[in-house]
Design a protein around this ligand. Sequence first.
Ligand SMILES: [Fe+2]
Length: 512
Amino acid sequence: MAAPIPMTWTIRKWFWSRWQALRFSLAKPQKIGPPKSNQEEIRAVPLEDVHNTIPIQKVLVFDRLPDEIPTLGMRLLTRVGLFLDRVLPPMKAGLPEIDADVDEALHYGLTSGYLNAFRAPELPHIYDGVGKPELEDLAVQSPYSVFVERGGDGVLQWDFRVLGEFEHQEGLRSLGLRVLFSESIDTRRLTAVEIDSDEYGIVGRGDPDWEAARTLAVCAATTHMSLTRHFNYVHLISGNHWEIATRNYLPADHPLYRLVWPHIFNSLFTNYAITPVQLLPDGDFVNMFSFTHAGLMKYYDAMYERYNIAMTDPDADWERRGLADAKFDSPSQENLRDLFNLMHEHASRYVHAYYDSDQKLQKDTAITAWLEGLDALIPNGLNGALEGGVTRDGLARVIAAYIYEGNTIHDMAGTTLWDYQLWVDRNPTRLYRDGRRMPVDVLQRIINNNFALQIKRAPMLANYGQVAIDGKGAALFAEFYEDCKALQDRYDQTEAGPWRMEPKNLEISMNG
Ligand SMILES: [Fe+2]
């Protein structure tokens, strides 16, 4: 370290990692039993109406927590955490840069509390070596693969130009950029050929600024993954709105309530606990990433309004991204499809088991009200799923996409980043214009935040038949469990790195 780290901050660092480890050990997954009836309507209100120091206006959140959930412990823990954040702030201006050797920097930041409670990050193999990771590897075999799309000009791209429109902190590089890929029909591979950015202009492969622009592109990808794909889309949109609509419109003994219940369980409660910690003016996000708090607020509203539910279905998303005629291989996409198919077959079997015709489904007024409620709550709606009357196949697909968003995309966009975002030399969350490395408190915040995401949740590999209304439903949950195990058995035949989502590592939902 170039300059000494004040003892006062070292003590605070120790305290915060102990606090996180304590929360980790206290948070045991709760047993998911059948749902109880909702007592009072839950309304969707602008986020700023609930959290007055988080001026996000377009994002709608819940106005109250459901009555039946005992929240005293979590409310207290959350309040205590926010109080401690004020009296023992984890950030301190003027701290030295992290060690130039990222292993050393992580060795300092990854306290024994974290290593004992969880594990050290695993370096993805495509990050290993000089000039790594290559963007074309990330584009097909990493969490960031979901950003590949064909632009309006027909060119394959990662398009993060919109990120440049939101105010950045002084001295940090703008994330406004676009990466252009070419595809080879012969090798079925992509190649990153050009990066157009606010910072470096148009840079081609081999140009002097290529390495810097490449690292900036990874920074934009990881920022968008954490802030938008994870927290805005999985938590605030999918998590909140599915629980609000299901509680408001479906009776608790409705068979489809029971189908989605293991995935809905505790969504509002989870979001209640984590929203302020991350979005407050001195919260995690403003201290980890590049935006000012004002920029962050506007970015959240703008991305919320751009939401397209098609991205929660990997086949529809592939089409949405203009990749139907793609000539490149994408192991990540195959992996996502494998997992989606599990949820889709489960939802399809279940819906067909309780409705022997589409007409019968359409006569179920609770279902109609539920779907209309979802259509109204979710930004830009259910993507036409209701047009022409809902069908069993259409409904099964919508439900499968919701389940997949909560268990697969949540893991990919959140939990998995432990193995990506901690390698801040290769996968930075912010970059300084003058070339300095991030200070030690920023890295510590990145570690603390990513560690908090590792909280133990109910596993995917379990039988949730206890929530069913009858033996038929219980058997269907058991079949889903068997299918998940079968995919895991297949995956066990081949080794893959952290990029591959596997049932044994997945949770049943985003909720703690
Ligand atoms: Fe999450």
